[in-house]
Design a protein around this ligand. Structure first.
Ligand SMILES: NC(=O)c1ccc[n+]([C@@H]2O[C@H](COP(=O)([O-])OP(=O)(O)OC[C@H]3O[C@@H](n4cnc5c(N)ncnc54)[C@H](O)[C@@H]3O)[C@@H](O)[C@H]2O)c1
Length: 261
C-alpha cells in the first residue's frame, strides 16, 4: 500500500513555476495526482506542466496572480474544467522580496510605509486567503479537501530583515488554524509547513555568497541548506490521505534551524 498515493486527486499548486512549488507539483504528479501548475509567469507554469506531461502525468499550466481574487477564482474554474474539481490546494506562492537578501540595504522598518509592506502582505497573506476562498466551496460541496500553506520560520521565530514578510506568514498560519476548525466537519484538513533556507532561485543570491552562507549555516543543526524536495516531502504527506487525522498544524522543515515545541 502506498499511503502517499494521489491517484484520482487534482491539486492546485500556486507559484509552482520554480523552486519549492515546482518540486511539490512534481512530487504530487509522481504519486499519481493531476496538477494545476500556477505561476505569475505563464512560461514557467507551462514549462513545469510540460515536464509532468512528458513524464506521463497529467497537468496544465495556468497564469494568475494570487493577490487577485477574481483571477484566482477564474483559475480554479479553468483548472476544474480541464482536470476535475480541485481536491488539494497548496498555497506556495510567496514573496520575500529584496529583503530576503540580508545584504540588501533596505531601509529600517520605521522608515517604511504601507506601500512598502503591501507586496509582502498581498502575496503571503491575501494570496492564501484568495486561493482558499476560491477552492473551498467545491471542497465543502464534495466533503473532501487538503489545504497546505508554505510559511516561513521568519514568521515563527522572527528575522530582523524579514519582519513584515514574517508577519504575513505568521498571519497565514494563524488563519490556517482558525480555518481548520471551521472546515474539519466537511472532511477538509488545513496545515502549514514552515521552511528555513531552501536552495531555490528565490534565495540563490544569498546562498551564492560563501561568507554569508557559512555564517548562516552555523544556525542549522543539519549543516546544509534545504533542497526543494525536503519541503515537497512534507507537503506531499500533508496533502495525502496519510495525514487524514492531522489538521491545524504547522510543521517546521528547517534542518533544526529553530527547534521549538
Ligand atoms: N526558499 C526559501 O529559503 C524559503 C524559506 C522560507 C519560506 N519560503 C517560502 O516557500 C515558498 C516558495 O519559495 P521559493 O524559494 O521556491 O520561491 P521562488 O521565488 O524561487 O519561486 C516562487 C514562485 O512563485 C511565483 N509567484 C510569486 N508571486 C506570485 C503571485 N502573486 N502569484 C502567482 N505566483 C507568484 C513566482 O513567479 C515564482 O515562480 C514561498 O512561499 C516562500 O515564501 C521559502
Amino acid at each position: 500500500m502506498n499511503v502517499l498515493d494521489m491517484t484520482g486527486r487534482v491539486a492546485l499548486v500556486t507559484g509552482a513555476g520554480q523552486g519549492v512549488g515546482r518540486q511539490v507539483a512534481l512530487h504530487i504528479a509522481g504519486h499519481g495526482g493531476a496538477v494545476v501548475v500556477n505561476d505569475f509567469h505563464l512560461d514557467r507554469a507551462e514549462a513545469v506542466a510540460a515536464e509532468i506531461t512528458e513524464a506521463g502525468g497529467q497537468a496544465i499550466g495556468l497564469r494568475c496572480d494570487v493577490t487577485d481574487l477574481d483571477e484566482v477564482t477564474e483559475m480554479v474554474a479553468r483548472g476544474s474544467a480541464e482536470l476535475g474539481p480541485v481536491d488539494v490546494l497548496v498555497n506556495n506562492a510567496g514573496n520575500a522580496g529584496p529583503a530576503d537578501d540580508p545584504l540588501a540595504h533596505n531601509p529600517p522598518f520605521w522608515e517604511t510605509g504601507p506601500k512598502d509592506w503591501e507586496p509582502w502582505i498581498a502575496t503571503n497573506f491575501f494570496g492564501v486567503l484568495n486561493s482558499c476562498r476560491a477552492a473551498l466551496p467545491g471542497m465543502v460541496e464534495r466533503g473532501y479537501g487538503r489545504i497546505v500553506s508554505v510559511i516561513s520560520d521568519a514568521g515563527r521565530t522572527g528575522e530582523p530583515h524579514l519582519a513584515v514578510y514574517g508577519g504575513a506568514k505568521a498571519g497565514a498560519a494563524g488563519f490556517s488554524r482558525g480555518l481548520a476548525k471551521s472546515v474539519g466537519r466537511h472532511g477538509i484538513t488545513v496545515n502549514c509547513v514552515s521552511l528555513s533556507t531552501i536552495n531555490t532561485p528565490g534565495v540563490a543570491s544569498v546562498i551564492a555568497d560563501p561568507q554569508l552562507a557559512r555564517a548562516m549555516l552555523r544556525s542549522y543543526v543539519i549543516r546544509r541548506f534545504g533542497e526543494p524536495s525536503d519541503a515537497a516531502n512534507a507537503v506531499l504527506f500533508l496533502a495525502s490521505d496519510a495525514a487524514a487525522w492531522v489538521t491545524g498544524q504547522t510543521y517546521p522543515v528547517n534542518g533544526g534551524y529553530a527547534i521549538t515545541p
